[in-house]
Each structure stands twice: as structure tokens, then as C-alpha cells.
Design a protein around this ligand. Sequence first.
Ligand code: FE2
Length: 342
Amino acid sequence: MQIEELNDTNCKTYLLTVGDEAALVDPVRERLDTYRLLIGRRGLKLKLVLETHTHADHLMLNRAAKELLGATVVMHRESPSPLVDRHVDDGEVLTLGGERIEVIHTPGHTPDSVSYRVPGAVLTGDTLMIGGSGRTDFPGADAGQQYDAVHNRLFKLPDDTVVWPGHDYRGGKSSTIGGEKRGNPRYARSRAEYIALMGSLGLPFPTKIQEALQVNQSGFEAEEVTFPLVADVAAMPQVSPEQLAAEQRGAAPPVLLDVREPEEFVGELGHIRGALHVPLDVLARRLPKLAGYLGREVVVICRSGARSASAGAILRHAGFDHVRNLAGGMLEWNTRRLPTEH
Ligand SMILES: [Fe+2]
């Protein structure tokens, strides 16, 4: 398998090729024409788009770009976007030209962060970078999980495995597992020291987060949905699946508002009995029709809890004072085997 970095910037996209079959890892939307030209010129068949996680610093593929590429979009099962064709979990194996691509779930930077292990190498996204690691201060991030993923999973790979990171801010290209085990100053710390360090970095939010994160989570464009401020989304109160199930059995059950796409509402995860269905892209327009619920307890619901947090912030902004987000969305609801309808 050949691995090439295509962007030559801080933000890395890789082209994997085996024979005439190709995969793109973490494509950046604004560079799509360049990728397509390259793939066309070499006569490659683009089979897969592999995302290492939901990105906050660049726009991922939208519906139109996905159609143009015609490849299967692969992301972890906890990824919020409705544009994913194949959700994968730890240990799953994809193939490209007959060669293996193994999924390693490496959460921490985001809940849906994965590394892709290919023959002789591993694409580590923002989990393990050359002498560094991806930040863990966005909603859903967890420094302890990231430390465990690196020490218990990535550092167990053979020392000569080549590491291809999602970013490098010092012009670096690649590293090795052995090199990172010996020389990565962040992961050389104890787990407690690592968590303390990551909590004290005080990094500014990336300039693109407001335009990129919620767009990437939702599959919609900023023109289709007016997204709330990321800080307001991060401040959404959460309700656990168990707590919500208990409240549903109580005297004054909350109003349930499911903001997923129509095909998801009736898809494999199902929906909760009695949930109102208002997809995120029409929520703002439907607010007048929801005015009757203004004083009520409202719980917003989606696949993983990311899009619904945006929806909740939109509702709060519109005067709904008692909005909570279903933590982990329908994925968690299903994991706890709570009842669903299809
Ligand atoms: Fe990232």
C-alpha cells in the first residue's frame, strides 16, 4: 500500500493506493478538485473516504462532494454525521485492493476518533502526532481516554510501524511507534500528569470551529442551518438515557424532539415512542409551531448527541428555558436496550 500526503499544509490528507484502488483519508473539502484531478490523472478508482474523526478545523465532505466522489464514507459508529455510509467499530477490517485496513478506536480528542492500521503503518488522526497529541478541550473530549488509547493500543503496535498523523505544525511528515514511545514528551508522562497538562493548555478555539464543527456534525451547510455559538452548544445541560426513561414513566413526561434526518428516524436505531420529529434543517422555521411547548421540559435527541446539542442551543435562544440534551443520543439509548419504535 502506498501512502502519500496530499495537502502539504498543517492539516493532512492522505491518499492510499493499492494497484488502481484508492482511499482518501481526511479530505479537506476546499481541495476536492485537486484530489479529483490527481485520481483521474492516475486512473485510480476511489473506493473509500476514511475519516479519522469529526473535524473542527476544516470542512469535511458535504452531500454534493460525497456524490461527486462516489466513494464509501467510513467513520466510527459514534460519529454524528448522517452522511456516513459505513459506521465502523474497533477491530473492524476494511480492504483496499485486497490489503487490510484495521480500525482501532482511539477516543479522546473526540469520542469518534479512530486510527487506521495498514500494512507497516498507522494513520493516527489527532490522537498521536509527532511529539504531540490532539487537544482534548472540545465537548466530548477526554484526555484520560486519549492517554489510554495511545498507551494501551497504539504503543502496542510494532516499534517500526510508521505513524502518519492528522496534523503537524512543525513541518514533520511521519514518525514511528518506537520513536514516539521514546520521544513523545506528552505521552512520556503519567496518566494523571497527562490529564493535568491537557487541561491546562488554554488553547484558543480554532478559527474555523464556528463554521466547521457543527456543519461537519450535521451534514448541513451554514446556509441551510443557522448554527448557534459553539460555547452555547457546549453549555447544553444533558440528561442520561436512564434518567429520561424514568421521567417518561413519571407524571409529567418531557416533550421529546428528535432532530435527525427522516431516514434515521425510521432507521436501525429507531426512535423513542412519542418523539416529535423535526429535522435540524427545518427546526428554525418550525419554531412558531413549537411555541405551545415553550414552558415545558424539552429533551432534544439525535444519533450521538452532537446535532441535538446544536438544536437545544437554538431552542434555548428562542426562549425554551427547560431544554436538555439526551447524552449519547439514540446510540446510547440503544446500548442500554431501552425501548424504541421504528
Ligand atoms: Fe481534529
